[in-house]
Write a protein that binds this ligand. Sequence first.
Ligand code: HEC
Length: 198
Amino acid sequence: MSDNNENEVKIFDDEKKVLLDHNYDGIRELDHPLPKWWLITFAITIIFSIPYYAAYTFFGAQTIDQELAQDMKEMHAKQAAHEAKQGKFNLAEYEAYITGSKVAKIGKKVYKRKCKACHGANGEGGVGPNLTDAFWMHGNGSLETVYNTINKGVVDKGMAAWGPTLGKEKVFAVLKHMMEFKGTNPEGAKASQGQEFN
Ligand code: HEC
């Protein structure tokens, strides 16, 4: 291409030292190196990729899904251990606790505040079932099964798990109070639900 071609690109003086030799149909290229910081960052990503690739391809590093599955497994195991320890009814502990002088008062108060709205002032029932009869929907009316129901609730039917809110001692106290309803046949008693146990 001749210098007097009217399509010839004008090359400025300060571009001459970075102008590359080749010429593609009049298109010329200037040699502008990439910035240092960019090149360094690029090099780091390449260096990083080598052990990363090796770890996942050859050395069995866990994928995110596997890590999650592992964490969930550990969490469930911890939860189960915690529940087994905390949630289990301990008759000896209960019997020792209910000899306390304030237990009756605490039980009455907790019942009035947390249970009465659904189970009635005297356990006759309302939204929740009658607690004075020998019929039970959950468990068989034993201290242990009733404790478990109070502790874990019947969440899908609208009864909260009281264990975490009240703590073990208040659950013991309200259990003691509630167990005294048995056989009282209060006024307005709700029809029995569940199975009869003696
Ligand atoms: C928001 C209403 C509500 C409150 C408050 C509530 N319950 Fe319940 N409760 C229910 C319902 C509803 C059921 C029945 C679940 C079903 O149909 O399976 C139930 C069931 C029970 C049962 C099982 C009865 C059976 O037949 O097996 C016990 C025991 C019980 N509640 C005790 C308590 C105690 C103690 C408290 C207070 C700490 C309490 N509930 C607070 C609604 C409530």
